[in-house]
Design a protein around this ligand. Structure first.
Ligand code: FES
Ligand code: FES
Length: 161
């Protein structure tokens, strides 16, 4: 819900990692810009800025979204999750244990996308993993280890029922 406005800026509430933030945005401000510059959550990265690389991935109501392509005003009433909200997730731990990190620039986006993948497709096979991860690029080409991290969590979830 929009709370107040001036000629250029509007104050909107955003729910991020379970916390509500009132932020001042211009109509063209992206969610990525707002998360980084207004809320100080810098885990989502700016890279291509046009939807090609996935470095800016966040979850919007549990679904992966390139936050460079979403306006902040479109995120009102949505539940946003950033990498800062997945500090204790199994997927984050699996990335560490499987050495799925090199320079780390793509890593927050990949972890969020992989987290959503195992939730949505608990029986994902190689083909599904391959298809799902096409939205994210790793310039260090750590794809093998990233897929191993996904498989590790899928297996662990199956064992734990
Ligand atoms: S920075 Fe958003 S997809 Fe590349
Ligand atoms: S770890 Fe460097 S871009 Fe992926």
């Amino acid at each position: 819900m929009i709370m107040s406005n001036t000629s250029k800026y509007t104050v909107i509430p955003l729910l991020v990692n379970g916390q509500s933030h009132d932020v001042m945005v211009r109509s063209a401000d992206t969610l990525l810009h707002t998360l980084r510059e207004q809320i100080g959550l810098t885990g989502a990265k700016h890279a291509c800025g046009n939807g090609d690389c996935g470095a800016c991935t966040v979850l919007v109501d549990g679904k992966p979204m390139h936050s460079c392509l979403m306006l902040a005003v479109e995120a009102v009433s949505e539940e946003i999750t950033t990498i800062e909200g997945l500090k204790h997730s199994e997927m984050r731990q699996a990335f560490v244990e499987q050495w799925a990190i090199q320079c780390g620039y793509c890593t927050p986006g990949f972890i969020l996308n992989c987290h959503a993948l195992v939730k949505e497709h608990p029986d994902a096979d190689d083909e599904k993993i391959e298809e799902w991860l096409q939205s994210n690029l790793c310039r260090c080409t750590g794809y093998y280890e990233i897929k191993q991290a996904v498989k590790f969590v899928l297996e662990m979830n199956k064992k734990n029922g």
